[in-house]
Design a protein around this ligand. Structure first.
Ligand code: NDP
Length: 476
């Protein structure tokens, strides 16, 4: 495939290519241009050229184009889902959810495109003040591989809706479906140059994008360490930033919880996308009083997971996205066991069987009696490992949940309204769920606190972040 710059399919200026591999087989599914700083500069010129007309277009008209893009994406749901499964690894039904989610986000920004308004204030001694919300210009977006098309929509939707143009760099391992979606957005009426997708490595294209001196905004989703590097580069030019970084979400199961629902949700959320979700349940904290029956229910749920290639019928968990990712997970599990900081209850290894022989699979793994110093507890584990800790009080559970450098999401499972509110107020996280986990509708702001990031995606908050406020004071 070629990348898309200025409404055209183009190759990288340097001519290099990057192979895209199927994580279930290790075989190549496609290749894309290895873009560099020169390609980012070309994309910047294209985005700048398109900016004026797009920024001046009636916001409702921009919204209509996003709505039409959502319709075209839905029309190709099955093809796009298959393409996503082949490059990312997730089962087809999850890929369909993600592509559908991408369309939902674009449609949401269509629905609120008319709501972008400033203010007018009559001020007795100054005359009138007008507060205008203006586009910020060319926005950069750097996307990870775990939810590539949904996260791309989280950035494209509000940025384009607010009248900006964009240069988007997908992850090297998952650029294909995003390129297809970009082409569909052009077919929906997006003028050439409004959205440019430059493929290439993080260290070449990503680094060049993040240190571009004239970006109006940069939004990065990925690893915390990479995000800090990106922020330092962007800081040299005072580029406004949104950072969506790592997470280590805690789920607290209280003694009065609906244990069946909690066990089902813990398994469904932790092993969704093979555990490679920023807001997955990564630390499960269970009240002593219900620990034994809860673990029995949880084991039943984990045992029902079917691991295999995402394109196969009946599969509920695919492979990890890379062999390095699998090795990191395996070594965290091994180290936890070796230092006596946790016990493997289920899984813990690569699955046997011909279907999983060539890909980067890892069994759904449940670890119990986990200590706070266990690597599977104190590091962000981006894979199918669920560590469980027991506790004897709600206050203790909250303290344990907050003892993390991350603060993306957290959930509490209880039937008691007071406990639910207490948790919602005291958990240090950007999102707190009560009796659910992981659901992120496009209208609700999403983002982290602490080292999980700055800024918010989704909702009207995101639209606001892609504008700059100009105050105009008028005296008669
Ligand atoms: P990375 O940080 O490795 O990569 C993310 C993106 O950044 C990719 O496009 C990558 O390109 C690019 N990149 C890598 N190095 C640089 C660099 N030096 N300068 C600029 N760009 C660079 O993260 P992962 O892809 O491994 O994603 C997993 C992480 O993302 C997890 O920690 C997870 O929690 C977090 N995440 C957070 C979410 C949130 O909303 N908070 C959502 C999803 C994931 P390339 O692919 O070429 O390396």
């Amino acid at each position: 495939m070629q990348m898309r710059v200025g409404g055209r399919a183009v190759d990288a200026a340097g001519g290099g290519r990057i192979s895209v591999l199927n994580p279930a087989t290790g075989a190549a599914v496609d290749d894309v241009p290895a873009g560099t700083a020169e390609d980012i500069d070309h994309a910047f010129d294209a985005a700048t050229g398109a900016g004026d007309a797009w920024g001046r277009m009636d916001p409702r008209q921009r919204g209509k184009i996003l709505g039409e893009a959502a319709r075209l994406i839905r029309g190709q749901l099955d093809d796009l889902a298959r393409s996503l499964t082949e490059e990312q690894g997730k089962p087809l039904h999850e890929a369909r959810n993600e592509v559908q989610g991408c369309a939902n986000v674009l449609e949401y920004y269509h629905s609120i495109s008319g709501s972008l308004r400033g203010e007018s204030m009559p001020l007795a001694s100054y005359g009138y003040a007008l507060v205008r919300k203006e586009p910020v210009g060319v926005c950069g977006a750097i996307i990870p591989w775990n939810m590539p098309v949904l996260i791309a929509a989280w950035k494209m939707g509000p940025a384009l809706c607010a009248g900006n143009t964009m240069i988007l760099k997908p992850a090297s391992s998952t650029p294909v479906t995003t390129l297809r979606i970009a082409a569909l957005m052009e077919s929906a009426g997006l003028p050439p140059g409004v959205l440019n997708v430059v493929t290439g490595s993080g260290t070449a294209a990503g680094a060049a994008l993040s240190c571009h001196p004239d970006l109006g905004h940069l939004s990065f989703t990925g690893d915390t360490a990479t995000g800090m590097e990106v922020a330092a580069r962007a800081g040299r030019h005072a580029t406004p930033l949104t950072l969506e970084l790592g997470g280590s979400d805690a789920m607290i199961v209280c003694a009065d919880a609906d244990l069946g629902a909690a066990a089902a949700a813990a398994a469904a959320n932790r092993f969704y996308n093979c555990g490679q979700t920023c807001t997955a349940v990564k630390r499960l904290i269970v009240d002593d009083a219900v620990y034994v029956p809860f673990m029995e229910l949880l084991k039943g749920r984990v045992a029902a997971i079917v691991t295999g290639p995402g394109t196969e019928k009946g599969v509920t968990m695919g492979p990890l996205n890379s062999p390095e990712g699998r090795e990191r997970i395996a070594s965290a599990v091994r180290e936890t066991e070796a230092c006596g900081a946790g016990r493997i209850v289920m899984g813990g290894d690569a699955p046997r069987g011909a279907a999983c022989a060539d890909g980067w699979f890892f069994e759904p793994t449940l670890m119990a009696d986990v200590a706070p110093e266990a690597p599977v507890w104190c590091e962000e584990i981006f894979g199918p490992v669920l560590p469980v800790m027991r506790t004897d009080s709600f206050d203790d559970a909250v303290t344990i949940a907050n003892a993390s450098e991350y603060g993306l999401g957290a959930s509490v499972w209880t039937r008691d309204l007071d406990t639910a509110f207490q948790a919602a107020e005291s958990l240090e996280a950007g999102v707190v769920w009560v009796n659910q986990h992981l659901r992120l509708p496009p209208d609700v702001p999403f983002g982290g606190v602490k080292k999980s990031g700055v800024g918010r995606e989704n909702g009207a908050d995101a639209l606001e972040q892609y504008t700059r406020t100009k105050s105009i004071l008028i005296r008669r």
